[in-house]
Write a protein that binds this ligand. Structure first.
Ligand code: FES
Ligand code: FES
Length: 154
């Protein structure tokens, strides 16, 4: 898409700028213009959570943010999340993914949960990932993985 605006943002701690069309979505700018492909595109309607990132420290769906509104924001994607090794290992240990399409969004949401609540209950884990859909796992293994990472029993 031809860019008609220049956007400046901080992506994973680095100042970046990109040409974008003002109707483009943040997830498209992240993936296409800034080449951070860890963030997935699923529905583009705010339903699946595949595009989940942190914006100014808050969990957000990057398909619901227009390029025209991203100037000056701070975005952290799966590539720039620190301290997620335990979560990654727990997802592997608990078979918390199959196709993996939802996984980066799940881990962004889970990492934010554990940062704010290091010992979440299963209900709190389910609530934290309630905006993230998985078509493969049935969720039990994902909840178990996040619980395992929280307990440090990886
Ligand atoms: S691609 Fe953003 S919520 Fe589905
Ligand atoms: S592992 Fe396939 S959608 Fe979640």
């Amino acid at each position: 898409m031809k860019g008609n605006i220049e956007v400046r943002l901080t992506l994973n701690g680095e100042p970046r700028c990109a040409q974008a069309d003002s109707r483009q979505l943040l997830v498209e700018v992240i993936r296409d213009a800034l080449d951070a492909k860890g963030t997935r595109i699923g529905c583009l309607t705010g339903d699946c959570g595949a595009c989940t990132v942190l914006i100014d420290g808050e969990v957000r769906k990057s398909c619901l943010v227009l390029a025209a509104s991203i100037d000056g924001i701070e975005v952290r994607t799966i590539e720039g999340l620190e301290g997620i090794e335990a979560l990654q290992e727990a997802f592997i240990a608990e078979n918390g993914f199959q196709c993996g399409f939802c996984t980066s969004g799940m881990i962004v949401a889970a990492a934010d949960l554990l940062k704010n609540n290091p010992s979440p209950s299963p209900e709190e884990i389910r609530r934290a990932i309630s905006g993230n859909l998985c078509r493969c796992t049935g969720y039990e293994s994902i909840v178990e993985a996040i619980h395992r990472a929280a307990q440090g029993s990886v």
